[in-house]
Design a protein around this ligand. Structure first.
Ligand code: PMV
Length: 335
């Protein structure tokens, strides 16, 4: 192998996580990760995963994955392996060309804090470049989606819509206009791994919840309203529809048989406090994903006051302020 080829076979990419304001919950195609609804998210700052992929033969000819210095095994490794196999196929590499994947993440894994969004966006960027693929942002978003649906949105910064599409090429994310300086106060009650993965929970909800079709139907109007509110700078309208859409998603899960209940007592305490703060004049609205944590949508002018008010509520919970962040970026080899 020439020195030039060896260099091209390693690449490093970083991506931030994102939090949906209008949620993705359910797939029409489990293999392609085509969602039942289009969704809208804010890419966050300072919540990144940086991943280096090297097609270097891996360990004993197998793909090897290390996250935060710890070797990854089981289903998590299998998921990365499947993703790398897809990249090898696209790039015309042999399936025996195993890779080493080394990842550093500031996002707690599998805790409803969107670790898979940042993780698979960074992996898509690093693996595709290391394999010699030159993808534009849209194609990269489609590829990231194959790792984890929400990862399609982390390719871009700021406010991002994921168009549900009808096939592999038409289900991609893209940035949308936002006249607001949005912020999120992230209240992490419990950074432990979640009891039920989002993949399993969304499939179960689709199959068994009588409320699911109503949520899907409402979602299209929610998205149109959120897009309009963001473009026109109407935080109140955006916050109200985002909170309604997220709580509606959780209602579908609570009505599933048996129920998927991610909520903890602390979750309910934060939700009530958010209502109280809003009655007192702070522009704050809650959203939640596949876990007990609550993220509070506001703007940067009010994020400090909101964080301060929420910090004292639950001993042991961490409260952090995040603003809008940038999309995927790459490190030059050797830098
Ligand atoms: O991409 P996944 O499988 O991690 O699913 C994420 C689903 C939610 O976080 C609950 C909602 C969303 O749109 O991000």
């Amino acid at each position: 192998m020439s020195a030039g080829t060896a260099t091209a076979r390693t690449a490093t990419a970083s991506a931030n996580s994102n939090i949906a304001l209008i949620k993705y919950w359910g797939k029409t195609d489990d293999l392609l990760h085509l969602p039942t609804t289009s969704s809208l998210s804010l890419t966050l700052d300072e919540t990144w995963t940086t991943t280096t992929v090297s097609f270097d033969g891996g360990a004993d000819g197998q793909d090897v994955v290390t996250i935060n210095g710890v070797g990854v095994e089981g289903t998590a490794r299998e998921r990365v392996h499947r993703f790398l196999s897809l990249v090898r196929e696209r790039a015309g590499l042999g399936q025996d060309e195993a890779a080493s994947v080394v990842s550093t993440s500031t996002v707690p894994l599998a805790a409803g804090l969107a670790s898979s969004a940042a993780g698979f966006a960074a992996l898509a960027g690093a693996a595709s470049r290391a394999a010699g693929l030159d993808l534009d942002a849209r194609a990269l978003s489609c590829l990231a989606r194959r790792g984890s649906g929400s990862a399609s949105r982390s390719v871009f910064g700021g406010l991002v819509r994921w168009n549900r599409g009808t096939d592999d090429a038409s289900s991609f994310a893209e940035p949308v206009p936002c006249a607001l300086d949005l912020a999120m106060v992230v209240i992490a009650l419990d950074a432990g791994a979640k009891a039920v993965s989002s993949t399993v929970a969304m499939r179960h909800t689709m199959r068994t919840s009588p409320l699911y079709p109503a949520w899907v139907e409402a979602s299209a109007a929610d998205l149109a309203e959120a897009l309009e509110a963001a473009a026109s700078g109407d935080l109140e309208r955006l916050g109200a529809v985002a909170q309604a859409n997220a709580l509606g998603m959780h209602a579908t899960m609570v009505a599933a048989r048996p129920a998927v209940l991610y909520w903890r007592p602390g979750t309910v305490a934060v939700l009530h406090e958010v209502e109280r703060l809003r009655r007192d004049g702070l522009p704050v609205w809650a959203t939640m994903d596949a876990g007990p944590n609550v993220k509070v949508l506001t703007d940067t002018a009010h994020a400090g006051a909101a964080a301060e008010a929420l910090a004292g509520l639950l001993p042991g919970a961490s409260v952090t302020v995040r603003r809008g962040g940038e999309g995927i970026r790459y490190e030059q080899p050797g830098s």
